[in-house]
Design a protein around this ligand. Structure first.
Ligand code: PLP
Length: 379
């Protein structure tokens, strides 16, 4: 691709948060400032802990005429290949305190369950993982390899969560869920605090002030955990933009009306971890006034972006990025090519953008398929 050629990529919807009011104290209160501090202390002490790389997408920043684009590469997070390694495993440790008589349970789209089963295995406990019919066998196998008993439930993620809650109540299992609901808040807060470790690392990895952060959202745990990290560790507050699939834009729709909205997902996005119909309760308390803007995107550019990252289109090193790692790049490109939105976001040659590369080839089969598809589209 030459320097003058444009991508021609479009986002689906862009909105402004009329209720924006970023308050560090309030955010840290919701997540628990002690949890945020403790998460870094505990996780950085785990065996084989290493901050994940903060890669500069130099070729892309030049092309979009931005100062820097930083890409946090979570494909290298322990050997779990996603940021989720920070949340579930940390919550397992805090809640069970290693008590071997406890059986841990959870429902998952894949990566959270991987983190929980890994955390459980590290402590030598038992683990029950509930998955929907949409979770691949490849993902299930990884959780089995960490010693989990994987239970497949007919229906979608929500059905798998309902079944997990039902069976856990019956059997006295300890649910370690990344989603909050009425009366279940402690564990989701711990998982969010775990995710804030990414931001602590970034604050040590660059002395550039970040001006814009693009945060993917499913139920909003990752986005709100990152925001808690920003409230704690960043000196200047960047513009915060949440990105979602257009078929599951529950944060966007909720922010638009200032009230939690439930979406009826008509078609599952290829970005499976983000295909969620309802924002989680605790994250919502943070997202509703800490987010500046929301963007939704289609699946159209996902495969191409996977291929471009691997084929060094955006920087000189190949990056292994799964489907959920692409929305930041896609929405940044689409926003930069839309004059009105570009101006609204104040994207210019002084901007330092932060993107979260949430996962690597966590589902190897799907990754290969997307990569091959994407390579064909590039030719
Ligand atoms: C692999 C993966 N799963 C899930 C999510 C969504 O996280 P959450 O449900 O906490 O918003 C993301 C990122 O948005 C992701 O990359």
């Amino acid at each position: 691709m030459s320097d003058t050629e444009v991508f021609g990529w479009k986002f689906s919807k862009f909105i402004n948060n009329k209720n924006y009011d970023f308050k560090r104290d309030k955010i840290l209160n919701v997540c628990g400032e002690d949890n945020v501090t403790d998460a870094y202390d505990v996780i950085s002490g785990w065996e084989n802990y290493k901050p994940t790389p903060l890669v500069k997408l130099d070729k892309l920043s030049k092309k979009l005429n931005l100062n820097n684009i930083f890409y946090k590469d979570e494909s290298k997070r322990f050997h779990l290949k996603s940021f989720k390694a920070l949340g579930g495993a940390y919550a397992v440790q805090k809640i069970t305190k290693g008590n071997k008589s406890i059986t841990v349970s959870t429902a998952t789209a894949g990566n959270h369950g991987r983190s929980v089963s890994w955390g459980v295995q590290r402590l030598g406990l038992n683990c029950k993982i509930f998955i929907s019919e949409f979770v691949s066998e490849a993902r299930a196998d990884v959780m089995r390899s960490f010693g989990a008993d994987v239970i497949r439930v007919k229906g979608n993620y929500e059905t798998s969560l309902k079944e997990c809650i039902k069976q856990s109540k019956m059997n006295g299992w300890e649910i370690i869920q990344d989603v909050a609901w009425e009366g279940y808040e402690e564990v989701p807060k711990l998982t969010m605090a775990g995710y804030s470790v990414m931001i602590k690392e970034i604050s040590n990895q660059t002395d550039q002030y970040i001006t814009h952060v693009f945060l993917q959202a499913g139920v909003g745990g990752m986005a709100s955990g990152a925001i808690a990290g920003i409230a704690k560790y960043f000196k200047r507050i960047p513009k915060i933009i949440v990105v979602e699939p257009e078929t599951a834009d529950c944060v966007l729709q909720s922010v638009e009306v200032g009230k939690m909205q439930k979406i009826d997902i008509k078609k599952e996005s290829i970005m499976g971890g983000m295909s969620c119909g309802e924002v989680s309760l605790v994250p919502w308390r943070i997202l509703k006034d800490a987010v500046n803007n929301c963007i939704s995107i289609t699946d159209k550019y996902v495969a191409q972006t996977v291929a471009m990252l691997k084929q060094k289109y955006f920087c000189d090193e190949p990056i292994i990025a799964g489907e959920c790692s692409t929305p930041g790049i896609i929405s940044l490109i689409a926003a930069s090519e839309d004059k009105i939105v570009k101006d609204k976001l104040e994207l210019n040659e002084t901007s330092n953008i932060l993107l979260i590369g949430c996962e690597g080839d966590a589902d190897e089969k799907l990754y290969k398929k997307l990569l091959n598809e994407g390579i064909k589209q590039l030719i």
